[in-house]
Structures are given as structure tokens and as C-alpha cells.
Write a protein that binds this ligand. Structure first.
Ligand SMILES: [Zn+2]
Length: 327
């Protein structure tokens, strides 16, 4: 079966809008207040980012609300504006909301449209776009709005789509700021590998200070792993070094016999006992010769070259590789 997608608002939206059914919101401020409330509730419910939008008809009747569904639907185009426009079109049964300029609909959005939503607006058939937070408010919080022309509002104007800016801007910006300050995750489209957890928003990749923060975080995350691995390698090398690399002690041989104890020669010194056994892996096959030397130098001061650990509890003694008389 081929995949399909259903755009459905979170369950809470229906109950949240119950009191608004049939209510006319005559001005931009009252419509924006509702949209900002939706954005705040979307964050509170953990169903998406601090962005919401809604389509209203000319009298102020709510046709369709929209909240970010990017993470819940795993669909990067489901920004609040696109969701509101799509649901309004579904609800009216036509892809051109304005129906060839005969009808008037407003898109009210808690923040200026991003590059993608800006592109979707002329095709939707809305006659007016009402914005709360400014582009710079959104970017200041760490979100990316994409490559937007500076004069985007004028460009919409050229298509007879009016734009209203700064409607309850501070309130709308506060929702975004609160979201980010509360640890809401800011992720984006640039394939930067940010994780996609509930509560993320759909807008833009991290740029500016937030991007640097992310990169630094990733850098230090990787650095931590690298330091940990380097630490392990150093520890292993230290252990190998302490076992395999021989060192020398000067002492006097107190006893040595040409008889093996538990299959190996022992050499007693004033310092401590040593074993003297062959070790094929380090090409030591002359334990007999060394033992003979130890017996010959009994009572004399010698330099004993040996390797290994001294753990008498485990019958582990350092293994002698060379005995040299000190003259
Ligand atoms: Zn958008």
C-alpha cells in the first residue's frame, strides 16, 4: 500500500475552541488573541512549537485553526499556516479560498510567515495576512525563517494580498521566548541532525548564536567521547607498560637453587623473591642459564632486570630476564 497522510489537529484543539463556535471576532486584535492562545496551548500540551495560525472569513468567523504538526505527523511542511490554510480549504471544499476574488479570507498567524509559508500564501486564495511576532523576534529566539525577500509584504501586496504587521506583537513574541527559555527544542530543515522530540517546533534551522551553541555542544559531546576513548587507551597502555617493560633493581642474592618449585626457578634476594621462568612470547628461553648465574652470584650485589607484577597472593612474582654482577 502506498503511504498517505492525514492532517488532523491535536485532540485538545476541539475543546479549546468550543467557546468560539459561532462567535464572530470582528477585529485583528481579537483574532490574534485567539491565535496566540492556541500557540501557547500548543506548547503547554507538548504538541508542537510556539506557533499557531487561523483562517477567518470576512465577518470574523473562524474557518480553520492551525498549529504546528511537523513532529506529530513527521511532515516538515505542516507549519501552523499551512495546516490552517489546508484545513480551511478542506472545510470550504475548494483549493482557492477566495474563489477567484469573490470571497474574502484572512490568514492570522502568530508570527510572520517563514519562507515556505510565504510561498504558500498566494496559492491559498487569502486576501489578507495578519502577523503577530516579527521575523526578528522569531530569529532572536533561535528559529530560522528561511530565505525571505526583504520586501515580502510588498511582494504580497503586488498580488493584492494585504499584510498587517505587529498585531499583539509583544504577546506573540513572549510565547516564542517563553518556549525557548523553558528548554523547548529549536530545530530546522538544514539536515543538521537535531533530534526530533515532542515539543519541538517546525521553524527553520538554528542559525546565529543558537547554531553556534548547537555546534559547540556537538563538538564537546564528541570531544568527551574522544577523551574517554583516549583515556581508556592510555590506561591499557599503562597497564601493558607496567607489566611488560622491564626495570632493574640492585640487591643481593640470598638464595637460588637448581631445582624448580612448582615448575619454575625461584631466586631469593634481600629485596624480594623473583621467579625465573621461560616466556616464549618474549623470547626468553634461558631460565636455566640465568638460574646458574644466580647460583654463581649468590651473596653478591647484583643488578636484577625483571618484568611483570608482584602479587604474592596470586603467586605472581616478577620474572628475571638478566642478572649482572655489580663490581
Ligand atoms: Zn512556515
Amino acid at each position: 500500500m502506498l503511504p498517505e497522510i492525514t492532517i488532523r489537529l491535536p485532540e485538545w484543539v476541539d475543546g479549546f475552541l468550543r467557546d468560539h463556535r459561532g462567535v464572530l471576532l470582528p477585529d485583528d486584535a481579537s483574532r490574534m488573541r485567539l491565535v496566540i492562545a492556541l500557540a501557547r496551548e500548543n506548547v503547554r500540551r507538548g504538541t508542537g512549537g510556539p506557533f499557531a495560525a487561523a483562517v477567518f472569513d470576512a465577518r470574523g468567523r473562524l474557518v480553520a485553526p492551525g498549529v504546528n504538526l511537523v513532529t506529530t505527523l513527521n511532515c516538515s511542511v505542516c507549519h501552523a499556516e499551512v495546516v490552517a490554510l489546508s484545513l480551511a480549504q478542506k472545510s470550504l471544499g475548494r483549493y482557492d479560498l477566495g474563489d477567484g476574488g469573490q470571497e474574502h479570507f484572512d490568514l492570522v498567524t502568530a508570527a510572520e510567515p517563514c519562507a515556505m509559508c510565504l510561498g504558500a500564501i498566494p496559492w491559498s486564495g487569502v486576501a489578507r495576512v495578519v502577523c503577530g511576532a516579527r521575523d526578528e523576534d522569531v530569529r532572536a529566539a533561535g528559529f530560522d525563517e528561511g530565505a525571505k525577500p526583504q520586501d515580502w509584504a510588498a511582494a504580497l501586496g503586488m498580488r493584492d494580498i494585504a499584510v498587517e504587521l505587529d498585531v499583539l506583537r509583544q504577546d506573540a513574541a513572549a510565547v516564542i521566548r517563553d518556549y525557548v527559555n523553558a528548554g523547548g527544542i529549536v530545530y530546522g530543515p538544514s539536515g543538521s541532525g537535531q533530534q526530533r522530540a515532542a515539543g519541538e517546533t517546525e521553524r527553520g534551522s538554528i542559525r546565529g548564536s543558537s547554531a553556534r551553541g548547537g555546534v559547540m555542544k556537538e563538538f564537546f559531546g564528541k570531544l568527551k567521547v574522544r577523551l574517554f576513548l583516549v583515556g581508556i587507551v592510555i590506561a591499557v597502555l599503562t597497564v601493558l607498560w607496567s607489566y611488560f617493560v622491564p626495570d632493574t633493581v640492585m640487591t643481593r642474592i640470598t638464595d637460588a637453587q637448581m631445582a624448580k618449585v612448582d615448575g619454575r626457578f625461584m631466586i631469593a634476594t634481600e629485596d624480594r623473591p623473583f621467579v625465573n621462568e621461560d616466556a616464549g612470547y618474549r623470547f626468553k628461553f634461558d631460565s636455566g642459564t640465568i638460574q646458574n648465574e644466580a647460583i654463581r652470584l649468590k651473596g653478591k650485589v647484583v643488578k636484577v632486570r625483571k618484568y611483570g607484577w608482584r602479587l604474592p597472593v596470586l603467586s605472581m612474582y616478577e620474572n628475571v630476564v638478566k642478572i649482572e654482577e655489580v663490581k
